[in-house]
Design a protein around this ligand. Structure first.
Ligand code: HMG
Length: 410
């Protein structure tokens, strides 16, 4: 029985700040942002958006595109580290906005940027356990990345959401049976209760990410089936590799690490590439990794949605060409937990692989640094949708300590 993603839909907020503008305002060399981090632009949420509207807007787009009734959803998982309440889950607010049936298992998952993958795996296991009952789960990964103004992390902020319909008719990505895991208690990135911005030990977090990649890919590689021959590289079996991308240069570092580990484990391959390692890695990166990073370079870090925005961007760009091909995916969440897994784009890849991301990115309104700083300061204000708003729902504000939402009149 195949299980995986039947359909996916992305959502990004309507405002975008070019990274050069922020670099200039902070006295950072433009080239550091562009080449050093690989960032082109940053998605910015207007006051009328929060993580609930990001998630609900992605979910509404998915249900519409897939022509799926809210009555068909038996499990709704929202993965986020941008929770709006210590007790009431984002997922139940999304459940209400989308009009999903009462007979539904609904909860929120948190594990930094890993939660989206935890939700996808949980939903896939639930679908498998249902066997002939043909269960369908709605998994939404959504986040707003916030660091203190003028901190090194500021240039890597972003926001976005991806909704995925998980079931047996996996027209977008059939999940592989095996995965590789790595968990370690580290203080690389965290957000204490009451803090709106993350605390981060930046350079250490890069080391933690790479150590988790060693662990997760190292656990996965021997489980690859059919078993790899002694001279065979795993990376030859996949068309593309997708990485959690807090900033695109991180994925470049991760790819270098993964390709080196993979080739070293394949003795004949290592003998061939070792004398020209930098060139071999650069060629593999251009072919297998760079295409999956184009969209996120224009969005920034969307924390747990990041890997799935990479997937949405890649499939929208190359989905039809990828029919029958495999992808390798690496998910990392600070704190930490990481998982390496694979998926196959089915041979009949069709319009299901279009998550609508390109159209949303093209429709965004460019803002300047003062407008970004005003939005940063009024994140919990709520408000009316700006001109050209593409979402279905807005956050209208907090009244009597309750967050209120409304459907956009059209
Ligand atoms: P920094 O101090 O701003 O930058 O910190 P840097 O000095 O390390 O420079 C960055 C790169 O720019 C370097 O390249 C420089 O050489 C280069 P590298 O050595 O890495 O290849 N550079 C230049 N290039 C061209 N022209 C120039 C120039 N100047 C410098 N003029 C840091 C960077 C990533 C630490 C910071 O942005 C940060 O703290 N970010 C937030 C944390 C983060 O994203 N960590 C990533 C791993 S952890 C993770 O992914 C989980 C996370 O998503 C959270 C979750 O799980 O929920 C964060």
């Amino acid at each position: 029985m195949t299980v995986g993603i039947e359909r996916l839909a992305a959502y990004v907020p309507p405002w975008v700040l070019p990274i050069e503008a922020l670099a200039d305002a902070r006295g950072v060399a433009r080239e550091k942002a562009r080449a050093g981090l690989g960032v082109e632009a940053m998605a910015v949420t207007p006051p009328c958006e929060d993580v609930v509207t990001l998630a609900a807007n992605a979910g509404a787009r998915l249900l519409r595109a897939a022509a799926v009734s809210p009555d068909d959803i038996g499990m709704l998982l929202v993965a986020t580290e941008t929770a709006v309440d210590h007790a009431k889950p984002v997922a139940i607010l999304v459940h209400g906005l989308l009009g999903i049936r009462a007979q539904c298992r609904v909860f929120e998952l948190k594990h930094a940027c890993y939660a989206g993958t935890a939700a996808l795996m949980t939903a896939a296991d639930w679908v498998r356990a249902g066997a002939a009952r043909r269960r369908r789960a709605l998994v939404i990964a959504a986040d707003v990345a916030r660091y203190p103004l003028r901190s090194p992390g500021e240039l890597t902020q972003g926001a976005g959401a991806v909704a995925m319909l998980v079931g047996n008719d996996a027209a977008v990505l059939q999940l592989g049976a095996e995965t590789g895991l790595h968990a370690a208690d580290v203080w690389d990135f965290w957000r204490p209760l009451g803090h709106r911005e993350a605390l981060v030990d930046g350079k250490y977090s890069v080391d933690c990410y790479l150590a988790a990649l060693d662990g997760a890919f190292g656990a996965y590689r021997p489980r690859e089936w059919p078993e790899l021959g002694p001279g065979e590289a795993f990376t030859d079996r996949v068309a593309h590799l997708l990485f959690h991308a807090p900033f695109p240069k991180m994925a470049m570092k991760a790819h270098r690490r993964l390709a080196t580990l993979d080739w070293q484990a394949a003795r004949e391959r290592w003998a061939a590439v070792a004398p020209r390692l930098d060139d071999a890695i650069a060629e593999a990166y251009a072919a297998q990794v760079a295409p999956g990073l184009e969209a996120v370079a224009r969005i920034g870090n969307a924390y747990t949605a990041s890997l799935y925005l990479c997937l949405a961007g890649l499939l929208e760009r190359e989905g039809r060409r990828l029919g029958g091909r495999r992808l390798g995916l690496f998910s990392y969440g600070s704190g930490s937990c990481a998982e390496f897994f694979t998926g196959t784009v089915p041979g009949r890849a069709s319009e299901a692989t279009d998550g609508g991301l390109g159209r949303l990115l093209a429709a965004r309104t460019e803002i300047d640094v003062p407008a970004y700083e005003r939005a940063f300061a009024s994140a919990d204000a709520g408000g009316d949708p700006p001109a050209g708003f593409q979402g279905d729902f807005v956050f209208t504000g907090v009244r009597a300590e309750r967050r209120e939402y409304a459907r956009v009149a059209r």
